[in-house]
Design a protein around this ligand. Structure first.
Ligand code: MN
Ligand code: FE
Length: 348
């Protein structure tokens, strides 16, 4: 990296000379205020307002249902386990890329403030799957090895990991067009593809069980994860578009095509994955509907990235939009907030 991203400046900084990336040496990267990117700060506040811990969600009914041999068909158990297998390592992957690649390169303090919050949320998500797997007494080795043992999962993870190539090297130069494009592609790979597309077959499938009041504790956690993830993705898209605006010329028409192809290949990997998880239809879900939904989701990501829609698919699961918009209306959050306020006091 041509500039160190941990430094102190000698002068007072102003909002005008702050940038998302490649800040001038005079811009202190430890000083949050004055805030230039209010959206980053607001995403940070939104993340904090949604704070939750997996272990606060009761799992008793899930445990009873999972033990009942008649409560789930073999196909249902298969898709549930695949979902846990995918998420349990994908969340770690996202967290690692964030800390080892993104955080190093983004040297704006308000964006880093959000990245620190996001990193903790990724740890909470990994914790959630560890907690679910443990509660249901699933085979931990089977679950946590799925990402290398189940081809459709491996292919998705391998695909996003390909865009860490060169980013982890200390000699990546984001002041060159090629270097910055590489970094932007990494952001697209993690925020728009992994968190914005690869998570969605799992979300729809699991929440379909939740709508029938099955494994309710698991589904409550998936709902919180979905809400966190939609903030992660929205932050990521804002980040990508702001970097693009601050670096005119970096996102040319050739790069448009590269990103379109990048996302389209991801969509086909997601189709393969959902076919593997759901070879036969269950709960009003089948691979055709999931395919349509993923294409609908991908079109939304294209639009947010200022790219043309590629599929023109419609949303076969309109109820998903309501779940994503879930506000803090549940009693769970009210009781939780009180608990943190009283439970946080230290006794000496
Ligand atoms: Mn996550
Ligand atoms: Fe995330």
């Amino acid at each position: 990296m041509s500039e160190p991203c941990f430094r102190m400046s000698k002068e007072r900084i102003t909002v005008e000379n702050k940038r998302i990336i490649n800040n001038d040496r005079a811009v202190d990267c430890n000083q949050l205020v004055p805030i230039k990117y209010k959206w980053a700060w607001n995403f940070y506040l939104d993340g904090c307002a949604n704070h939750w811990m997996p272990t606060e969600v009761p799992m008793q009914r899930d445990i009873e249902q999972w033990r009942d041999p008649n409560a789930f068909s073999p196909e249902e158990r298969h898709v549930i386990k695949r979902t846990f297998g995918f998420f349990s390592t994908a969340e770690t992957l996202v967290g690692n890329n964030l800390v080892l690649a993104i955080y190093k390169i983004i040297d704006n303090p308000e964006c880093r403030q959000y990245l620190l919050r996001q990193a903790f949320e990724e740890a909470i998500h990994v914790h959630a799957f560890q907690y679910i797997v443990q509660s249901l007494s699933l085979d931990e080795r089977e679950m946590f090895n799925m990402y290398r043992e189940v081809e459709a999962i491996y292919n998705k993870d391998e695909y996003v990991m390909s865009c860490t190539d060169g980013i982890l090297d200390s000699d990546i130069d984001t002041k060159t067009k090629k270097g910055l494009q590489k970094f932007l592609k990494n952001l697209v790979g993690f925020y728009a593809i992994t968190e914005g597309i690869f998570f969605y077959s799992g979300f729809v499938t699991m929440l379909s069980f939740g709508r029938q009041n099955r494994i309710p504790g698991t589904c409550e956690q998936i709902q919180y994860i979905l809400r966190d993830e939609s903030i992660h993705m929205n932050f990521g898209i804002e980040l990508i578009n702001t970097i693009r605006d601050e670096n005119p010329g970096v996102w040319d028409s050739e790069f448009d095509q590269e990103i379109i192809e990048f996302i389209k290949t991801a969509v086909s990997l997601e189709h393969n994955y959902s076919a593997e998880c759901l070879p036969t239809g269950i709960l009003g879900l089948n691979t055709d509907l999931l395919k349509e939904y993923i294409e609908y989701i991908a079109d939304r990501r294209f639009e947010r990235l200022r790219l043309p829609k590629q599929y023109n698919a419609s949303n076969p699961f309109p109820w998903m939009s309501e779940v994503i918009d879930l506000k803090k209306e549940k009693n769970f959050f009210e009781t939780r907030v009180t608990e943190y306020q009283t439970g946080g006091a230290l006794e000496w």
